[in-house]
Design a protein around this ligand. Structure first.
Ligand SMILES: [Zn+2]
Length: 166
Protein backbone atom coordinates (compact mmCIF):
# COMPACT_ATOMS: atom_id res chain seq x y z
CA UNK A 1 0.00 0.00 0.00
CA UNK A 2 1.41 3.27 -1.11
CA UNK A 3 1.39 5.99 1.40
CA UNK A 4 0.97 9.52 0.11
CA UNK A 5 3.31 12.15 1.34
CA UNK A 6 2.97 15.90 1.14
CA UNK A 7 5.47 18.58 1.70
CA UNK A 8 5.48 22.34 1.92
CA UNK A 9 8.40 24.63 1.75
CA UNK A 10 8.50 27.05 4.63
CA UNK A 11 5.49 29.33 4.25
CA UNK A 12 4.52 27.84 0.87
CA UNK A 13 1.66 25.74 -0.37
CA UNK A 14 1.39 22.09 0.54
CA UNK A 15 2.17 19.83 -2.42
CA UNK A 16 1.41 16.19 -2.97
CA UNK A 17 0.72 13.40 -2.75
CA UNK A 18 4.06 11.80 -3.45
CA UNK A 19 5.22 8.28 -2.99
CA UNK A 20 8.03 7.73 -0.47
CA UNK A 21 10.41 7.27 -3.41
CA UNK A 22 9.31 10.52 -5.01
CA UNK A 23 9.70 12.25 -1.68
CA UNK A 24 13.24 10.91 -1.43
CA UNK A 25 13.92 12.10 -4.96
CA UNK A 26 12.69 15.57 -4.06
CA UNK A 27 14.87 15.55 -1.00
CA UNK A 28 17.84 14.30 -3.00
CA UNK A 29 17.29 17.02 -5.58
CA UNK A 30 17.23 19.64 -2.88
CA UNK A 31 13.59 20.53 -3.50
CA UNK A 32 12.68 19.46 -0.01
CA UNK A 33 14.95 20.89 2.61
CA UNK A 34 15.40 19.56 6.13
CA UNK A 35 13.65 22.66 7.43
CA UNK A 36 10.54 22.00 5.31
CA UNK A 37 7.47 20.32 6.69
CA UNK A 38 6.21 17.00 5.38
CA UNK A 39 2.95 15.21 5.99
CA UNK A 40 2.07 11.60 5.73
CA UNK A 41 -1.42 10.95 4.43
CA UNK A 42 -3.80 10.51 7.34
CA UNK A 43 -1.51 12.36 9.68
CA UNK A 44 -2.50 15.99 9.68
CA UNK A 45 0.27 16.92 12.04
CA UNK A 46 3.25 17.87 9.96
CA UNK A 47 6.72 16.67 10.65
CA UNK A 48 9.96 18.49 10.09
CA UNK A 49 11.52 16.89 7.00
CA UNK A 50 14.82 16.42 8.80
CA UNK A 51 13.01 14.21 11.30
CA UNK A 52 11.66 11.79 8.69
CA UNK A 53 13.90 8.76 8.74
CA UNK A 54 15.72 7.90 5.53
CA UNK A 55 14.34 10.91 3.70
CA UNK A 56 17.74 12.49 3.25
CA UNK A 57 19.73 9.32 3.19
CA UNK A 58 19.84 9.36 -0.57
CA UNK A 59 20.57 13.04 -0.64
CA UNK A 60 23.68 12.29 1.32
CA UNK A 61 24.77 9.42 -0.86
CA UNK A 62 23.98 11.31 -4.06
CA UNK A 63 25.85 14.35 -3.00
CA UNK A 64 26.87 15.23 -6.55
CA UNK A 65 24.44 13.61 -8.95
CA UNK A 66 25.18 16.05 -11.75
CA UNK A 67 28.19 14.90 -13.73
CA UNK A 68 30.74 17.61 -13.62
CA UNK A 69 32.81 18.04 -16.72
CA UNK A 70 36.22 17.00 -15.65
CA UNK A 71 38.94 19.46 -16.46
CA UNK A 72 41.44 18.12 -18.95
CA UNK A 73 43.96 16.16 -17.06
CA UNK A 74 47.42 17.37 -17.75
CA UNK A 75 49.70 14.41 -17.58
CA UNK A 76 53.15 15.52 -16.79
CA UNK A 77 55.60 14.16 -19.27
CA UNK A 78 57.92 11.77 -17.63
CA UNK A 79 61.36 13.17 -17.89
CA UNK A 80 64.40 11.02 -17.53
CA UNK A 81 65.57 11.67 -14.05
CA UNK A 82 69.14 11.61 -12.97
CA UNK A 83 68.81 8.96 -10.34
CA UNK A 84 71.83 7.15 -9.05
CA UNK A 85 71.67 3.65 -10.39
CA UNK A 86 71.83 2.14 -6.92
CA UNK A 87 68.74 4.05 -5.89
CA UNK A 88 66.82 2.85 -8.91
CA UNK A 89 67.83 -0.77 -8.61
CA UNK A 90 69.59 -1.39 -5.34
CA UNK A 91 69.35 -5.18 -5.49
CA UNK A 92 70.36 -5.82 -9.08
CA UNK A 93 72.85 -3.28 -10.34
CA UNK A 94 73.54 -3.82 -13.99
CA UNK A 95 77.00 -4.95 -14.79
CA UNK A 96 77.14 -3.19 -18.09
CA UNK A 97 75.33 -0.07 -19.13
CA UNK A 98 72.79 -1.00 -21.76
CA UNK A 99 74.23 0.19 -25.00
CA UNK A 100 72.27 0.06 -28.18
CA UNK A 101 74.99 0.57 -30.71
CA UNK A 102 74.85 -1.11 -34.08
CA UNK A 103 77.60 -2.04 -36.46
CA UNK A 104 77.16 -2.51 -40.19
CA UNK A 105 79.80 -3.96 -42.43
CA UNK A 106 80.23 -1.54 -45.30
CA UNK A 107 83.00 -3.33 -47.05
CA UNK A 108 85.79 -5.76 -46.43
CA UNK A 109 84.17 -7.36 -43.38
CA UNK A 110 81.47 -9.67 -42.11
CA UNK A 111 79.90 -8.86 -38.76
CA UNK A 112 79.87 -12.08 -36.76
CA UNK A 113 78.10 -10.83 -33.65
CA UNK A 114 77.47 -7.67 -31.71
CA UNK A 115 76.09 -6.80 -28.30
CA UNK A 116 75.48 -3.10 -28.65
CA UNK A 117 78.87 -2.17 -27.26
CA UNK A 118 81.23 -4.33 -29.26
CA UNK A 119 81.07 -6.00 -32.63
CA UNK A 120 83.01 -9.06 -33.69
CA UNK A 121 83.93 -9.16 -37.30
CA UNK A 122 86.04 -11.04 -39.78
CA UNK A 123 87.93 -9.32 -42.47
CA UNK A 124 87.39 -10.45 -46.00
CA UNK A 125 88.87 -9.65 -49.35
CA UNK A 126 86.76 -7.43 -51.53
CA UNK A 127 88.20 -8.94 -54.67
CA UNK A 128 88.30 -12.70 -54.19
CA UNK A 129 86.10 -12.98 -51.11
CA UNK A 130 88.75 -14.74 -49.06
CA UNK A 131 87.96 -14.48 -45.39
CA UNK A 132 90.46 -13.94 -42.65
CA UNK A 133 90.52 -16.82 -40.16
CA UNK A 134 90.82 -14.50 -37.19
CA UNK A 135 88.01 -12.64 -35.52
CA UNK A 136 88.48 -9.04 -34.52
CA UNK A 137 86.57 -6.81 -32.21
CA UNK A 138 85.65 -3.21 -32.56
CA UNK A 139 84.11 -0.97 -29.92
CA UNK A 140 80.99 0.55 -31.35
CA UNK A 141 81.22 4.31 -31.39
CA UNK A 142 79.40 6.85 -33.43
CA UNK A 143 81.80 6.73 -36.33
CA UNK A 144 82.91 4.55 -39.17
CA UNK A 145 85.67 2.18 -38.21
CA UNK A 146 88.28 1.62 -40.88
CA UNK A 147 91.19 -0.74 -41.17
CA UNK A 148 92.90 -2.79 -43.81
CA UNK A 149 93.02 -6.43 -44.72
CA UNK A 150 95.93 -7.92 -46.50
CA UNK A 151 94.58 -10.74 -48.63
CA UNK A 152 97.05 -13.64 -48.75
CA UNK A 153 95.59 -14.81 -52.04
CA UNK A 154 95.57 -11.54 -53.94
CA UNK A 155 98.63 -10.35 -52.08
CA UNK A 156 97.01 -7.02 -51.87
CA UNK A 157 95.71 -4.86 -49.08
CA UNK A 158 92.08 -3.92 -49.25
CA UNK A 159 89.99 -1.55 -47.23
CA UNK A 160 87.79 -2.63 -44.33
CA UNK A 161 85.02 -0.30 -43.37
CA UNK A 162 82.48 -0.86 -40.59
CA UNK A 163 79.86 1.76 -39.96
CA UNK A 164 78.97 2.12 -36.31
CA UNK A 165 76.04 3.95 -34.80
CA UNK A 166 75.18 4.52 -31.20
ZN1 LIG B 1 91.72 -11.56 -52.20
Amino acid sequence: MATGWYYAAFGAKKLGPFSPTQLQDLAAAGTILPIDTVWQEGNEKGTLASRVRHLFARAASNAAPVPVAAPPVVVAESKPMLVPEQAAAPKAPEKKPAKKGRAFAQKGADIMSQDGAYARYRKKCMKCGHKDAACHMVAIANKTFKTNYFCPKCRKSCEVSIQCQM
